[in-house]
Design a protein around this ligand. Structure first.
Ligand SMILES: C[S@@+](CC[C@H](N)C(=O)[O-])C[C@H]1O[C@@H](n2cnc3c(N)ncnc32)[C@H](O)[C@@H]1O
Length: 377
């Protein structure tokens, strides 16, 4: 569910053992971030004020008023003031992010370049800029520039050298008809039944983001059970999607009305089950199993003869997990290459064992061990 904390309570709690996850913190995001423990979240999604700088009311050609974002929270006195604010919250985010954590920041041409420069100045490492192309963007009413049909997301790791950040590459590819997921994403803006409305049918929040966008982000860059922080929680889109996808959230928001709407929204979410949330992984994510493990576990015996698929070459398994053939010895890969006169060989697919009258690659035995390791057998 979602509990709500005032900033003062947060200061008391963060010194104590109680967990802050699945909580909306009411207050200024910089102060709230500063009260959170170091390296306590796995990922951050931030949808900050864009500083849209709207000069007066925006009208359509028929003189009707456009429902534009003219809220006080989106207004800054100058670019310098906006940059100082951006630097303060990004710095605070960096401290609470785990060393292998990543941050997503969404913005438009009004602010995203300033945010990108600040990210780099603070030593974040940009991994991608993703274009969210809108299927149903607002027209350009004055006809004096191109229709603004996209927003930009920057995805960055906390540290330039971070190698082990989460990216569910295989799941993204499999969900994209087995084609690598690209950095241009097509989604409609938040509309229809998903858009939160008050009793008078007015939008609860002017910039509610589509759940599909958050789902793509969370599925791509977090694991079930991870904690996703959103310092500009608004209507709680991040919390609702995180809860549905079996992740935890921490939200920070200043406005009471948005907090109330977000808490009610999250309470209505039914989390998916463990089976639906298992993340698909590819070969690279599988645990390393050395040939020696097959010998130690008795799947291959010392003295056993291995051959290639056509029985042209053979080698004897030694107790130390190496192979010997024709006066030479070495690993399954090196000896496989030597007998064929090649520079390299994948010993797992080259060498075979005889089982019940037929040959099978030793890679099948390795797969058996991996299944046991995963508790599947
Ligand atoms: C662009 S909106 C986020 C909308 C959100 N992603 C959603 O889907 O509903 C930015 C939000 O940040 C809040 N906000 C602005 N400045 C803040 C600050 N300094 N501390 C905390 N919240 C802030 C605003 O009240 C607003 O709800």
């Amino acid at each position: 569910m979602a509990s709500v904390l005032r900033l003062g309570e947060l200061y008391q709690q963060s010194a104590g053992p109680r967990s802050l996850v699945d909580t909306i913190i009411k207050g200024d995001c910089v102060a709230a971030l500063e009260a959170l423990p170091d390296q306590s979240v796995d990922a951050i999604f931030a949808d900050p004020p864009y500083n849209l700088q709207l000069g007066g009311a925006l009208t359509r050609p028929d003189q009707s008023l456009v429902d534009a974002v003219d809220d006080e929270w989106d207004q800054f006195a100058s670019f310098e003031a906006y940059d100082a604010f951006t630097r303060a919250w990004l710095l605070a985010c960096r401290r609470v992010l785990k060393p292998n954590g990543t941050i997503w920041v969404i913005g438009s041409y009004h602010n995203i370049f300033r945010v990108g420069a600040t990210l780099q100045n603070l030593n974040f490492w940009i991994l991608n800029d993703v274009i969210w192309r809108k299927t149903n963007p607002m027209p350009n009413f004055k006809g004096r520039r191109f229709q603004n049909a996209h927003e930009t997301l920057i995805w960055a790791s906390r540290d330039p050298k971070a190698k082990s950040y989460t990216f569910n590459y295989d799941a993204m590819k499999a969900s994209n008809d087995d084609v690598q997921m690209r950095s241009d994403w097509l989604f409609p803006i938040c509309n229809g039944g998903e858009r939160l409305k008050d009793a008078d049918g007015r939008k609860v929040h002017p910039t509610q983001k589509p759940e599909a966008l958050l789902a793509r982000i969370i599925m791509a860059s977090t694991k079930p059970g991870d904690v996703v922080l959103d310092p500009f929680f608004g209507s709680g889109t991040t919390g609702a999607v995180a809860r549905r996808l079996g992740r935890h959230f921490v939200g920070i928001e200043r406005e009471d009305s948005y907090i109330a709407a977000a808490a009610a929204r999250i309470a209505a979410v039914e989390p998916l089950g463990k089976a639906e949330l298992t993340v698909m992984t590819g070969k690279k994510a599988e645990p390393r199993v050395a040939f020696n493990v097959l010998v130690e576990s008795g799947l291959v015996r010392p003295g056993q003869v291995l051959t290639d698929a056509k029985r042209r070459w053979s080698a004897i398994v030694r107790a130390d997990g190496t192979l010997a053939a024709g006066g030479e010895a070495g690993s399954i890969h090196r000896l496989g290459a030597r007998v064929q006169g090649l520079d390299a060989c994948n010993g797992w697919t080259f060498w075979h064992v005889e089982e019940q009258g037929s040959l099978r690659p030793i890679d099948d035995l390795r797969a058996r061990i991996r299944k046991e390791m995963a508790g599947l057998e």
